[in-house]
Design a binder for this molecule. Structure first.
Ligand SMILES: *Cc1c(COP(=O)(O)O)cnc(C)c1O
Length: 395
């Protein structure tokens, strides 16, 4: 038996998405830039996918750029907005301390080039307010880049309010919506979003394909140079099968968005209520404004990696910190950003659910996890010191 509770890392593809890809691998395999009919049929499919994705986001098909995924879209959005800013002598960028590394590492690169990066603090609940953003915007601010929802702790940020502030002050607004797309309602027009990134493999689509939405009039900087694909802004023969799979997966997710959210959040709440019974534990992230599938806990006195291995032995696929940082000894920058001390941040567990998880799976996880936590604590010298009163409890 395998229980997959790592949907924030990646998802299983939906059968609809797989079916949508197949014809573009064997029948309609042409290059959309070719003038013959096989190529032109691929070009028509490409346009229809662009229309589908645009409709799901509330934008125009000409504002959709296909990329290799969320990371590339984040890089291109930020490099484009800052290039526009630099031309006007503006070099101040506002973001948050708990963005994905695709954003943070791009900002670090820009810092070396002389940009002034301001990372807003996200507080204990892991969110920022539109008021914080408004207070931080200066004459020389060229970009606000703030994620829609956090991939580790699941907080959902007030994107429409932040978008309104940015539009009023005339500052470009990018949101990394990789965790939101297909899970939360997005309307780029109503929410005043100028640039948005998404990635298909986070909503039951294929890996290695994503979208950069860029509002009309925003001139993009190329990250990949070459042919004239994507209106000259992203070179490389289009990955038509993946693009078709992504469009089908996004359409399906958006069509079922409310019923999926209701179903998944009920499972999430049951899991949270059960894990809260574990002594010296704490839920990470905003308890209310939270992704419907996200459960993230710190358990004092254990190592997240050991917990993952034992859970894997019980057939439970989970994660500790983000997949990108596992393997390094540094605790998650997200948990540190919400004020968890290093010691506690090391003992984190993320269970991320989707609409295919069942109540039986939640019951099984709740039957297994507390015992494994206790087993690991009993082996820990640090835990013994806490129990005997030599060292204080943190949680
Ligand atoms: C997964 C993820 C990314 C990266 O997307 P890829 O398609 O894997 O490159 C970026 N941002 C967030 C919030 C993510 O969860």
């Amino acid at each position: 038996m395998t229980i997959y509770a790592d949907n924030a890392a990646t998802t299983k593809m939906s059968p609809t998405a797989i079916q949508a890809m197949l014809p573009y691998m064997d029948e309609t395999y042409g290059n959309p830039s070719s003038l013959h009919s096989l190529g032109q049929r691929a070009a028509e499919a490409l346009w229809s996918a662009r229309e589908t994705v645009a409709a799901c986001l509330g934008g125009d098909p000409k504002e959709i750029y296909f990329t290799s995924g969320g990371s590339e879209a984040d890089n291109q959005a930020i490099l484009s907005a800052t290039a526009i800013g630099a031309k006007k002598g503006k070099n101040h960028i506002i973001s948050t301390a708990f963005e994905h590394h695709a954003v943070l590492h791009t900002l670090e690169k820009l810092k070396k080039q002389g940009f002034d990066i301001e990372l807003l603090s996200v507080g204990e609940r892991g969110t920022v307010t539109a008021g914080q953003v408004a207070a931080a915007i200066r004459e020389d601010t060229c970009l606000v880049t703030i994620m829609y929802a956090n991939n580790e702790i699941g907080s959902v940020l007030p994107i429409a309010e932040i978008g309104a502030v940015c539009r009023e002050k005339g500052v470009l607004f990018h949101t990394d919506a990789v965790q939101a797309a297909g899970h939360l309602h997005i309307d780029v027009v109503a929410q005043n979003i100028d640039l948005l990134s998404l990635s298909a493999h986070k909503f039951h689509g294929p890996k290695g394909i994503g979208v950069l939405y860029a509002r009309r009039g925003i001139s993009l900087t190329n990250v990949i140079e070459g042919g004239a694909q994507e209106r000259g802004k992203r070179a490389g023969t289009e990955n038509i099968p993946a693009i078709m799979g992504m469009a089908a997966a996004l359409k399906e997710a958006v069509e079922h968005i409310d019923e999926n959210a209701a179903r998944v959040s009920a499972l999430r709440d049951k899991l949270i209520a059960g894990l809260e019974q574990v002594p010296h534990s704490a839920l990470n992230g905003d308890p209310k404004n939270r992704l419907s599938g996200n459960v993230n806990f710190c358990f004092e006195g254990i190592e997240g990696e050991s917990l993952l291995l034992l859970l894997d032995g019980k057939g439970i696929c989970a994660s500790s910190g983000s997949a990108c940082t596992s393997g390094s000894l540094d605790p998650s920058h997200v948990l540190l950003s919400i004020g968890r001390p290093h010691e506690v941040a090391h003992g984190s567990l993320r269970l991320s659910l989707c609409e295919w998880n069942t109540e039986g799976e939640v019951d099984y996880m709740l039957a297994e996890i507390p015992g494994i936590v206790e087993y690991l604590r009993n082996m820990s010298p640090l835990w013994k010191d806490k129990v005997s009163g030599k060292k204080p409890f943190v949680l």
